[in-house]
Design a protein around this ligand. Structure first.
Ligand SMILES: *[C@@H]1O[C@H](CO)[C@@H](O)[C@H](O)[C@H]1NC(C)=O
Ligand SMILES: *[C@@H]1O[C@H](CO)[C@@H](O)[C@H](O)[C@H]1NC(C)=O
Ligand SMILES: *[C@@H]1O[C@H](CO)[C@@H](O)[C@H](O)[C@H]1NC(C)=O
Ligand SMILES: *[C@@H]1O[C@H](CO)[C@@H](O)[C@H](O)[C@H]1NC(C)=O
Ligand SMILES: *[C@@H]1O[C@H](CO)[C@@H](O)[C@H](O)[C@H]1NC(C)=O
Length: 646
C-alpha cells in the first residue's frame, strides 16, 4: 500500500501544480459562507437564501489570474469539462470552472423563484432581486437589428467597428484561451508525459489545438430557446404583475416588440417537405433521430413545420460567416428541449394574455405550435428514439425535458379552472401533451427512480459516474444526483398536481395512482435529507455543446447535401473540406434509401447508430453547470409539494 501511494503521491501533486498553471482559474471565488444558524428557518427559506447568495449583486470586472467577470444580476453558472477516467481526470473535472455570464441560468433561476412563489405560496422574492436579473437579461437582446427586438442571445454582444457587427463575446472564456498563450503549455505537457501521464497531456494538447474551434463556437446568433424562455418569464410576470409591478414594467421595457419573437420562429422553422432549400435542410443528426416522425407524416401526406434552434437561415449564414457570426456548422437543427421551451413560451404567453389569443389564428404559427408539440409527443413516447444525445442536442437532462413539457400541461390545467382553452389548436395540443405526461413520461420516470432506505427516492444521470480509482476500479460520485432528482420531482409535480388560482393551492389529480404519490413523497424526502447535507455536489449539465464525442459528430451521419458555403456543390464526398461548407439533409429521404445510407461510411466513419453514454471514451466535452439552478429547482419542488391541499 505504502509504495503505491508513495509512487502515485508525487506525480499527483505535480499534476495538480501543472494543472493549476495551465488552467489558472479554478474555483477561487467560492460564494460567501451562509448563515444557516437562524433558528426556525424552514428548508425552503434556507434554499432561498442559498440561491440568492449565488446572484452577483454588483458588476465585477475580469482580473487576470484573480477574478472572473461577473455581470451584475446574473446567477452563477460555470463552464466545466466532462473529464472522466483516472484520478487525474476526475480532479481536473472538479477544479475546472469558468464563470459564465449566459442568459439561461439567470432566466431559469428567476422563473423558479417566481413559480415557487406562485405555485408554492411560500414566500416572495424581492423585486430588487428580480429586477437585477431582468436588467442582466436585457443585455442579451440581439442588437443586429435597428429596433428593440424580443429575440435573445445566449451571451451578450459587443460591437466590432471593423465589421460593423455585434458579436457574442463570452469574455471569461475568451480570456482563458488568451491567458494560455502566455503560459509554457508545451513544457508542462512534456513533464506530464515524462511522469507517465501522457493521457492528461494529450487532453491538454487537444484542448489547445481546439482553440480556434472553441473561439469560433463562442460566436453564436440569437436562438429560439433563449427567446422563448424569456417570453415564458414575461408571461409569468404578466400574471404576477399585481405583486411585482416594477418587475413587470422592467420586462416590458426591454421587450417592446414581442411579435418579433413569433415572426422569427416562423422565419427559421424547419420545413422538411418544402421545396425551398433554405428551409428544408437540417443538421444530419437531427434527421437521424427524427426520421421516424418525418416518415410517418410523409406517409400521411401531412406538411410539417418545426421550431428550429437558431434564428438564422443558410442564406444568412453565407453572409454572416465573413463577419464571424454563422450558426454552428452553418446549419440549423431541432432540439427537443428547445422545442419544449418554445411550446411552453407560446402557451403561457397566450394563456396569460401577454400575447393575444388571436395569434394562434395565424395558420403558420398554429402549424409550428401543433407540429412541434407532436414531435415532443412522438419522441418522448418513443424513448427519444434511443438517441437522447441527438434529440436533446444541447440539454443532456432527459428529466428536465420532461419537466418542460409538464410545465405546459400545468399552465393549461390552471387556465381550465377559469374556462375553456382559447383556441382549437391549443385544445389539440393539450390533449396530446396531457396524454404524454400522464402516460409515457410518468412511466419512464417511474422506471428510472431508485430507492434508498426509509422511503427515499432519487434519480441519477451521468456526471461523475465514469471515474476509476488508482486500482482501476469504477468510481461513482453522483455529481448530478441532486439536480436530476429535482428535475424528476418537478416533472411529476407539474404533471400530477394542478394549481387552482382561486384557492392558491395545488391538488392532486383525482386519478393519481398511489405509487406516483408515494414516489413524489419519497423524492421530497430525499431532497430534504440531502440537498443541504454536503453529501452530494449541486452540479448539473444544464447546457452543453451539441458534440459530446465521436458518436455525435454531424459528419458521420447520412446526408444528401454537401456544398461549399458559397453554394457550389462538392463532388468529392470522401474528404472534409478545409473552407466553410454545409453538410445536411435536404427534403425527405425515403426510408429504404436512408437505411442503405446508414450502412455506408461517411468520411471513412461508420454511422454511429448507438448512444454509448456521455462517459464513454472518445472525447471530453464542455458543459454548463449552475448550482443556483439546482438549489432553486429543489426549492420549487419542495414549495409546490408543501402547497398541496389535503
Ligand atoms: C430601445 O430601448 C431603449 C431602452 O428602452 C431605448 O432607449 C432606445 O431608444 C430603444 N431603441 C429603439 C431603436 O427603439
Ligand atoms: C473585429 O473583427 C475583426 C474581424 O474578425 C477582428 O480581426 C478584430 O480583432 C475584431 N476587433 C475586436 C476589437 O475584437
Ligand atoms: C402538422 O401541421 C399540419 C398543418 O396544421 C397538420 O395538417 C398536420 O396534421 C400536423 N402534423 C403533425 C404530426 O402534427
Ligand atoms: C432507450 O434508450 C436508451 C439510450 O438512451 C437505450 O440504451 C435503451 O436500450 C432504449 N430502450 C428501449 C426500450 O429501446
Ligand atoms: C465558391 O468558392 C469556390 C472555391 O473558392 C469557387 O471555386 C467557386 O467558384 C465559388 N462559387 C461561387 C458561386 O461563388
Amino acid at each position: 500500500m505504502k509504495s503505491i501511494s508513495a509512487a502515485l503521491g508525487a506525480p499527483m501533486t505535480m499534476i495538480g501544480v501543472a494543472l493549476l498553471l495551465v488552467l489558472p482559474h479554478f474555483s477561487y471565488a467560492s460564494p460567501a459562507p451562509l448563515k444557516f444558524s437562524e433558528e426556525g428557518e424552514t428548508f425552503v427559506q434556507r434554499l432561498y437564501e442559498k440561491t440568492s447568495s449565488l446572484q452577483a449583486l454588483k458588476e465585477k470586472p475580469y482580473i487576470e489570474f484573480f477574478q472572473w467577470h461577473k455581470a451584475q444580476g446574473v446567477y452563477n453558472s460555470d463552464v466545466k469539462i466532462n473529464f472522466h477516467g483516472g484520478p487525474a481526470f476526475s480532479e481536473f473535472r472538479k477544479i475546472f470552472n469558468v464563470f459564465d455570464n449566459n442568459m439561461f441560468a439567470t432566466a431559469w433561476v428567476t422563473t423558479n423563484l417566481l413559480e415557487a412563489y406562485r405555485y408554492g405560496a411560500a414566500f416572495k422574492p424581492t423585486e430588487n432581486q428580480i429586477n437585477l436579473a431582468l436588467q442582466a437579461m436585457s443585455k442579451h437582446m440581439d442588437k443586429n437589428v435597428p429596433y428593440n427586438t424580443s429575440t435573445r442571445v445566449f451571451w451578450s454582444q459587443v460591437y466590432n467597428k471593423t465589421i460593423k457587427y455585434w458579436r457574442t463575446e463570452p469574455d471569461n472564456l475568451i480570456s482563458l484561451f488568451e491567458v494560455t498563450d502566455e503560459l509554457p503549455v508545451g513544457a508542462l505537457e512534456a513533464i506530464l508525459k515524462k511522469l507517465g501521464l501522457g493521457k492528461v497531456a494529450e487532453s491538454i494538447d487537444w484542448f489547445m489545438k481546439a482553440k480556434s474551434t472553441f473561439l469560433q463556437a463562442f460566436r453564436v446568433p440569437a436562438d429560439m430557446d433563449d427567446t422563448f424562455v424569456n417570453l415564458g418569464l414575461g408571461a409569468l410576470l404578466h400574471e404576477l404583475k399585481a405583486d411585482f409591478s416594477s418587475s413587470y414594467i422592467k420586462w416590458t421595457e426591454s421587450n417592446p416588440n414581442i411579435k418579433i419573437a413569433i415572426i422569427r420562429l416562423k422565419d427559421y422553422a424547419y420545413r422538411p417537405f418544402s421545396k425551398n432549400t433554405d428551409e428544408n435542410t437540417i443538421d444530419p443528426r437531427t434527421y437521424f433521430y427524427m426520421r421516424g416522425f418525418l416518415d410517418k407524416a410523409f406517409a400521411a401526406g401531412q406538411d410539417i413545420a418545426l421550431a428550429a434552434t437558431w434564428a438564422q437561415s443558410i442564406k444568412e449564414a453565407r453572409k454572416l460567416y465573413a463577419q464571424g457570426n454563422p450558426m454552428p456548422f452553418n446549419i440549423n437543427n431541432v432540439d427537443v428541449t428547445v422545442a419544449a421551451d418554445v411550446v411552453f413560451g407560446l402557451t403561457s404567453a397566450v394563456l396569460s394574455g401577454l400575447v393575444d389569443k388571436s395569434a394562434l389564428d395565424d395558420k403558420e404559427l398554429a402549424q409550428i405550435y401543433l407540429n412541434t408539440s407532436s414531435l415532443l409527443a412522438y419522441e418522448m413516447a418513443n424513448n427519444l428514439t434511443s438517441r437522447p444525445d441527438l434529440a436533446l442536442a444541447y440539454y443532456p437532462s432527459v428529466l428536465e425535458s420532461y419537466w418542460f413539457v409538464a410545465k405546459t400541461v400545468s399552465v393549461m390545467e390552471t387556465a381550465l379552472k377559469s374556462g375553456p382553452l382559447p383556441s382549437p389548436i391549443m385544445k389539440e395540443v393539450y390533449a396530446m401533451l396531457k396524454d404524454l405526461c400522464l402516460g409515457a413520461i410518468t412511466k419512464d420516470i417511474l422506471s428510472k427512480a431508485q430507492y434508498e432506505f426509509e422511503e427515499k427516492y432519487f434519480f441519477d444521470d451521468f456526471l461523475g459516474n465514469g471515474d476509476k480509482d488508482i486500482f482501476n476500479r469504477p468510481v461513482k460520485n453522483y455529481e448530478d444526483r441532486m439536480f436530476t432528482t429535482a428535475m424528476g420531482a418537478n416533472a411529476l409535480l407539474y404533471t400530477w398536481t394542478i394549481f387552482d388560482p382561486k384557492t392558491g393551492k395545488c391538488h392532486y389529480r383525482e386519478e393519481t395512482p398511489q405509487k406516483v404519490k408515494t414516489l413524489i413523497t419519497g423524492i421530497i424526502n430525499w431532497l430534504s435529507e440531502y440537498t443541504l447535507s454536503g453529501h452530494f455536489e449541486p452540479w448539473n449539465a444544464f447546457f452543453s455543446g451539441s458534440v459530446k464525442g465521436m458518436f455525435n459528430v454531424p459528419f458521420w451521419y447520412p446526408a444528401n447535401r454537401f456544398e461549399l458555403l458559397n453554394g457550389t456543390a462538392i463532388k468529392d464526398w470522401s474528404k472534409i473540406p478545409r473552407g466553410p461548407f454545409i453538410y445536411g439533409v435536404e427534403g425527405h429521404i425515403p426510408k429504404d434509401k436512408y437505411d442503405a445510407m446508414i450502412k455506408e461510411k461517411h468520411f471513412g466513419q461508420a454511422t454511429p447508430t448507438e448512444f454509448p453514454g456521455y462517459n464513454s471514451n472518445g472525447g471530453f466535452f464542455p458543459f454548463w453547470s449552475s448550482d443556483s439552478y439546482t438549489y432553486s429547482s429543489v426549492l420549487l419542488a419542495v414549495a409546490r409539494y408543501e402547497n398541496i391541499a389535503g
